[in-house]
Design a protein. Sequence first.
Length: 508
Amino acid sequence: MNSPGAQAPLQGGALALTAFGLALGTFMQVLDSTIANVSLPTIAGNLSVGASQGTWIVTSFAVANGVAVPLTGWLMGRFGVVRVFVTSVVLFTLTSMLCGLAWSIESLIFFRILQGAVSGPMIPGSQTLLIAIFPPARRSTALGVWSMTTLIGPVAGPILGGYICDNYHWSWIFLINGPVGVFCALVCWRGLRHRETPTRRLPIDTVGVALLVLWVGALQVVLDKGKDADWFHSTFITVLAIVALVLFLVWLVWELTDEHPAVDLSLYRNRNFLFGTVAFCFGYAVFFANLLLMPLWMQTQLDYTATWAGLVAAPAGVIAFLLTPLVARAGNRVDTRLMATIAFVAFAVSYFMRADFTTHDDLLTYVLPLPVQGIAMSCFFVSLLTIQLDGLTPEQIPMATGISNFARITSGSFAASLITTLWDRREALHQSRLADHLTVLSPDYRATVEAMQALGVGAGQAAGMITREMVRQAYQLAANEIFWLSGWVALAMTALVWLTRRPHTGHA
């Protein structure tokens, strides 16, 4: 069997249909990573459990997926990219059905673990196969198709999840994967079964896999449960963090010295893969952190509904979706490092625009930075992935995409955990400072209370309203600081981009 990279690329309708099927695989996995987040209160209430138990619905999926993704390269080398990808889609569809049919929180968590584990190869597999079926000179186009679905998922997930839970039973957030998964598996198997990659009887790195499962599992639990347990004030979190660190170091030494490692870390000797992955992770972490912070801030402090908070983010996804095909086409001709620079600068501009938000701005003001972010998103994934994969052989790409996506998922988990903690702690600092300047003895405080009493508000009620406004302003100041910091991190990443070689795109 020949490598798909060595076969003639697909053309015409076959190319379009197969690319669409592969894109659906990415979309389903990304969607399922986010769609359950907004649905947690509904699911927890329906299954008669508390909110803390309900968060394991998300945590269990993230832990299992985090362990499975870096093993993708080994699985595809052993069994073939097409076979592993299609099998992953079929099993993901089956486990989605089981999640929708879950009868208790225990059964749902168990099925979510299975769903996360079997979905590991879906994103790296779709990315690898898209690159294989497009001509080498159109690699940016292939990555553009992949990026479009990656961009839509995080935006569509919360909106779709909220709509389903408001109007239907929560189980439909999983059951809708049924027909989509069947279509995806059939289209991809029909179009790609004769383009299977060479397989090798690779020995199983049992020790490496075991260490990987243990340290990644421990790390994901620390990241997902740390905030609820007050981080290192919890003995459980502290012990898990130490375990994760020690096992990671042992795993690192093992993988670097083993003859047949489960994860080929030698890929980082490639300058573009090293610096491209670092820039990709930091850029994605900041992007994901802001993706979480905006709706959280709008719902908790500005009294926006979940649906409206989700819709505010929609312009970025729409702009990115429309521009990505144009960017992908330009990527075949323009220096990809310039496109990556445009992405990081546009991200920085959008974050700096948010740093001037106030609690009394109108909806249009909150939406204005989103089109700028959409421009950044359209360039970000295509350019950084092109840089990362430059100079790698077709045999190395499955492992490289697995490692890249694992790094992206882990950086997103770090961002999700750290951003809310940082926001809360900065709010506490700002609230204490505001309280120092607005005491019951200060003239401004007394004047405000008297003015409110003149309008018929009681003294106690007035004090409560002032405290509530002070908390709102403290959270606003904390959010603005995070937006400002995000902008500078994005700008710093432009330096890393120019440490890489200019990727060869066929028109260089």
